[in-house]
Every structure is written in C-alpha cells, then in structure tokens.
Ligand binder design. Structure first.
Ligand code: MIC
Ligand code: SF4
Length: 644
C-alpha cells in the first residue's frame, strides 16, 4: 500500500477503497479559523452536542485580526468562549497562521485532519492526511460524524536529485503547477517519493503540500521519516512521531517525475498560480511591493534565509517590503538569533503573525502595482487592489526582488544562502494557546458570548419537485470563490452575518447580480447560475454557497466544479449540475427561463431541464444517494436534524 491507502484503511468506517466510490472516514483532528469558523461553530451548536468528539479540535484566529470596530472582536470573543464551552483549543489573534501553528504544535503523522480552510493539506508535510472542507463539514467532524469523500486517485510525485543553486521548495510546487495546472489535482492525492524527499525538511515539505491546494488536490502527503522525527523533536514533540512510509511495492494510479537538479527559481504570473515562468524571463520588471509570509512560506528557515541575504543591505526605496512571520514561535526564533533585527535594519516592515496581506487585510499594493509575494494565490483583486499584478515566488526570490527593486536573473545573485539549522523549540509558546477544562461539567458553566456581529443561522426550505426560475448570472471558466464571495477587510468582517455579507456576492463581477437574484427570490422563483470549467476553485469559504443560497440560488449549471465548493453547494441545498453537452453552455443565456423537474433525476445520474425557446437540456450530476438526500432536505443541517 501507499501512505494514503494506509491512513485511509485505518480510518475507514464506510465504503470501499475503490477510486471514485464514496468512502466515510473517522476524523482525529479538526481545525477552524475565524473567517470560516464562526459559521462552523454556529453549525456545531445547532447539532446539539455537549462537547467536541475528536481527539483534538483547534479554533484559530488568524484571518480577520484587524480590530477596526466591533465586528472582528465580536467574532474573536465568540470563538474563544465557544471553544472553552465545547472543549476546543483556542489560538488568539497574533499567535500565528493556523497551518503553520498546526504543523508546529499539533499535526501528527498517520492521523486524519479536516479543516475549514483549503490549505489544511499543509499538515501533509508531516505525514498527516489533511483535507480542506466547508465549515459545515468540519462542524460535523467535530460532532463525531465521519467525513465523506469519493476515494481519490493516488498519484506518485517522484522527486529525483536535490535542489541546486537558488531553487527552493516553492519552485518544486510551482513546477508541478506549471506541469498540471489548477485543475490537475482534482480528485487526487499527491504522494511524494524518491531520493529528493530526504533532502527536504518538514517546513519545506509543508510548502509543497500547502500549495497542492492550488492544483485542486484533495490532499498531498510526505512520508514520516527521520526528517519528520528531527522536526518533531525540535518542536518538543518527539513522542508524536511514528514511522510511516509506502510499501516498497506500493501501487499508484499515476506518476509524475520531477528532477530537482534541473529546477530554477520560478514565478507564477498574474492572475493564476499555474501561470508559471522562470524568474529570469521577468528580469528588468520593476517591483513595487514585496510581501513575505503566509501559510506557504513563513517558517523559520524561510525567513532566516531572507534575513541572511538581506543582512547589511537595504531594500530598494520604491519597493515597500513587509514580512508576517507564520507564528510567535518563528518570530521568537528570528528575534533570538538576530535575524529580525537585520530584516528591520534592511527596511523590512514587520506585520503581525497572521494571514494579513494574503487575504487583503492590509498591505495592499498601490494601484496597478507589481507585488511579489511568497504566498499561494494571486487571483485578480485578492490583494485588495483591483488592478494589482501579483507574482508568486519563493522567499529567496522575494528577497532579491526587494533588494534590487526589480526582478533580476538568478545568475546575477552570487552564492546561494545556506540552508538554516532549525533552532530548539521555545516552550513559552504553549502559553499562547487556551486549553479547555478537562471536565465537561466545568465547561458547561462557560457562557458563550455573542456580540451583535454574530447572527443566528437561517433555515432553508427543502428541495421541491420543481425548480422554476431564470438564469440570473452567466460566467466563464475558472471562477474562484474570491469572485463569488470577495475577501478583504470590510467584507470578511461580515462572515458571521449572512444577510449582510450576501450583498457582496459577485459584486466584483456583476454589480446587478444581487438585485436580479433577490427579485427572482422575492417573486417566489429560483435563481440559476451558469458557469464554465472548475467553478468555485480556491478557498473553502462556504459563504460562497451559503450567501447565494440566501439570495435564492437553487442550482449551478457548470462544465465542471472544484471539489470543496461542490460539497459546499450540496451542504446548503444547491444542486451542482454538469452540462452533458458543452454546446448547451453557449445556448443557455442570462435571463433564460428554466424548469427543472427534480423527480426526474434518474439512477444514471442524469437530470434534464426544460428551457423556454430551447427545449430540453440534459445534465449529468455526480451526486451520491446521500448527497442527493442532503440537497432534497434543503442542506446538511436539515438532513441531520431530520435524521434525529
Ligand atoms: C483563503 O486563502 O482564501 C482563505 C481565506 O484562507 C480561505 C478560507 C476563507 O475564505 O476563509 C481558504 O483558502 O479556504
Ligand atoms: Fe491565510 Fe492566506 Fe493561508 Fe488562506 S492562504 S490560510 S488567507 S495565509
């Protein structure tokens, strides 16, 4: 068996391990973050459990840490008290980014982790099968329900040789994105093998597994070997280590080979993570901003290397350069060895240990600015500046951009920096987490505090026999959840208030969408969205399904869907329908009047719609029996309540 099969087998509570068939998995750990976590916790409460049922659940605050009014602080207070009430660990704002913190403090080899964030697979760097999911799916995991997915294909990524020169772990995953594209990982787990694996430390591996999310992959996995043991013991967690490797004769569904010796520094150009070219091709381009950090590249080693390169030199005057360390642990280590002083002396601005600029929480580039980032996403507008041009690179490349004020050819960079040795763990970090009382009776005394920003959940009607309405929006390929439900400081602060955040759905794509959808809904009809390929790629934010559902959207008709978003649509009772004939996508225009008879869905996963003036259009739907029941019930919460 390969590693994925070993972990899945040990957690399988339903279904067969055959590619494509539905499997149910026991969940060991969950993580939530504030932007998706308030909803997840409200949903958990609605499930009526007295305690979380997992080995460990952690509630992180890292996305909306700005406190420019009551909204985010209300969310933080709710998350702190709800964690104490139901038995989760709480990580306060400023402690760090959920994925970096989880890797350092909690992730374990051979466990299953489900997180309400698409970059949860970061923990695959330590040999943990970690998957991103919508908040409601995570709420269910916290309530002790198994997590259901269709059995992915397991793809081997064989790394030969070792990295040379200025190439870094980031360049490995950028190369994979160049080769496979943002849809190349849908329905797949990538498992890393080969001699190159041993040359990579856990944080380097985590950079790679983190950005597997940009391939659309379900998860990415590294073995748990001596490097893993070394990392865990440096983190004071040697006892959490176990050996985990694929069998010598393990089988994989497919194989991709990457020769590490051939890799050069790469960059993803605007506005997609798979738009990858060698950095040398960009030489001469002026850089207005450099931002270092995010859950992809904010480890000690990442930032230490940057500090080593910058030592005694200065950031170009026109290049606004900032760093957000991944955790307090990382920050303390950088302070202790003097690296932080040298970064600050070079002119780097120090931001809080949080997501920050990655999700448009401050440090947006100026209009039309070129921003070079060590992050994982460069979708249009995500930085908070609509016409910014965002490039994704490794920390070393970012450092040279900051010093030179422009992209330069790596051949001119001189001698590559040494790989830093990982310092010893700083035990005081433990004090930054709040651990719940052991005793359930004690926990029950905790009052869950809800400020006005926390708005109660809405309940949705079940699916009727007929869905009648109109196409209220037509979009093309590659629509991301950032297009559907934009991020940024003001909008993300509304994540706990669905009626209000719904006003922003598709606001950057079509400013009349909301009023069209509401008119349709208020006239008692359904809204339909027509979309191209990979609809809903990117973030796990369920608001991209929940808010459209609030606006009366009952089906999305697309050429294909991204995995997590598809699950979110189903969780909130929206039908994901796939065009049987691609030409029908062209024929179905804005305003088309549609009637879907939901009783006519047949066992061959086919559905049909009657379109005025066009006749019958056929759709496929790949809903399992259970998923279909969820949609029928009007969503997962209704389904669970009915089951009771
Ligand atoms: C992101 O990177 O887009 C986010 C913000 O972390 C999201 C979660 C969210 O929207 O809150 C993600 O990737 O899942
Ligand atoms: Fe935070 Fe950015 Fe990572 Fe999302 S991708 S978890 S916003 S750092």
């Amino acid at each position: 068996m390969n590693i994925a099969e070993k972990i899945i087998k040990a957690h399988l509570v339903g279904g067969k391990m055959e590619t494509g068939s539905e499997i149910a998995l026991r969940v060991d750990q969950t993580l939530t973050q504030d932007a998706t976590g308030t909803m997840a916790w409200l949903q958990f409460e609605a499930l009526g459990r007295d305690s979380v049922q997992t080995e460990l659940s952690v509630s992180y605050v890292d996305h909306n840490t700005l406190q420019m009014g009551f909204k985010n602080p209300d969310d933080h207070q709710f998350l702190r008290t709800v964690a104490a009430r139901y038995g989760a660990v709480y990580s306060a704002p400023g402690t760090g980014i959920c994925h970096q913190l989880h890797l350092e403090n909690f992730a374990k080899p051979a466990k299953i982790l489900i997180g309400s964030d698409s970059h949860t697979p970061t923990a695959g760097g330590i040999g943990c099968l970690a998957m991103g999911a919508g908040g409601l799916s995570v709420a269910l995991s916290m309530a002790g329900e198994p997590y259901t997915i269709s059995m992915p294909q397991i793809v081997e990524v064989r790394l030969s040789g070792t990295l040379q020169g200025f190439a870094q772990a980031k360049d490995i995953i950028l190369e994979l994105l160049r080769l496979l594209g943002t849809q190349g990982g849908v329905g797949k787990i990538f498992e890393y093998t080969g001699e190159g694996v041993a040359s990579l430390s856990v944080p380097e591996r985590a950079t790679i597994t983190n950005m597997g999310a940009e391939l659309g992959a379900t998860a990415s996995l590294f073995p748990s070997d001596n490097r893993t043991k070394e990392f865990l013991s440096k983190m004071g967690r040697e006892d959490d280590w176990i050996f985990l490797e694929a069998d010598a004769n393990a089988r994989y569904d497919d194989c991709v080979e990457i020769d590490l010796t051939k890799l050069v520094p790469l960059a993803a150009k605007p506005h997609m993570p798979d738009n990858v070219v060698p950095v040398s091709e960009l030489a001469g381009m002026k850089v207005d901003q450099v931002a270092m950090g995010s859950c992809t590249n904010s480890s000690y080693a990442d930032l230490k290397q940057v500090a080593d390169i910058m030592k005694g030199k200065f950031v170009a005057r026109h290049t606004d350069t900032c760093v957000s360390p991944g955790s307090r642990q990382v920050l303390s280590m950088l302070m202790e060895d003097g690296s932080m002083t040298s970064l600050l002396d070079s002119g780097v601005r120090l931001l809080e240990c949080s997501c920050g600029p990655c999700i448009g929480m401050g440090s947006s580039p100026h209009s039309a600015g070129v921003s070079v980032r060590t992050f994982n996403r460069n979708f249009e507008g995500r930085s908070g500046t609509k016409d910014a041009q965002v490039y994704l690179v490794s920390p070393v490349t970012a450092a040279y951009c900051a010093l030179n004020g422009c992209f330069t050819d790596p051949k001119t960079w001189g001698i590559p920096p040494e790989k830093p040795q990982f310092p010893e763990y700083i035990p005081s970090i433990k004090h930054h987490f709040s651990y719940p009382a052991q005793d359930e009776e004690e926990r029950k005394k905790t009052a869950v505090l809800r400020g006005p920003n926390i708005v109660a959940l809405e309940s949705f009607a079940p699916l009727g026999a007929e869905l009648q309405g109109e196409v209220v929006l037509k979009v093309g390929d590659g629509i991301t959840t950032d297009h559907i439900m934009p991020a940024g400081a003001e909008i993300t602060a509304l994540r706990s208030n669905i009626p209000v955040i719904s006003e922003y759905v598709f606001s950057r794509v079509d400013e009349n969408f909301v009023s069209r959808a509401k008119n349709m809904r208020d006239s008692g009809k359904c809204g339909f969205i027509v979309a191209g390929k990979n609809y809903g790629q990117g973030s796990s934010r369920e608001h991209a399904a929940l808010a459209p559902r609030h606006l009366g959207i009952r089906a999305v008709m697309a050429l294909s869907f991204a995995r997590i978003h598809r699950a979110n649509l189903i969780n909130f009772g929206i039908l994901p329908l796939i065009f049987e004939n691609a030409e029908d996508y062209d024929n179905l225009v804005l305003g088309a009047k549609i009637l879907v008879n939901t009783l006519e869905f047949d066992e061959n996963n086919r559905a049909a719609a009657e379109v005025e003036g066009l006749g019958k259009i056929c759709f496929k739907h790949d809903l399992s029996e259970q998923e279909f029941q969820l949609v029928r019930a009007g969503g997962l919460l209704n389904f669970i309540k009915n089951r009771k």
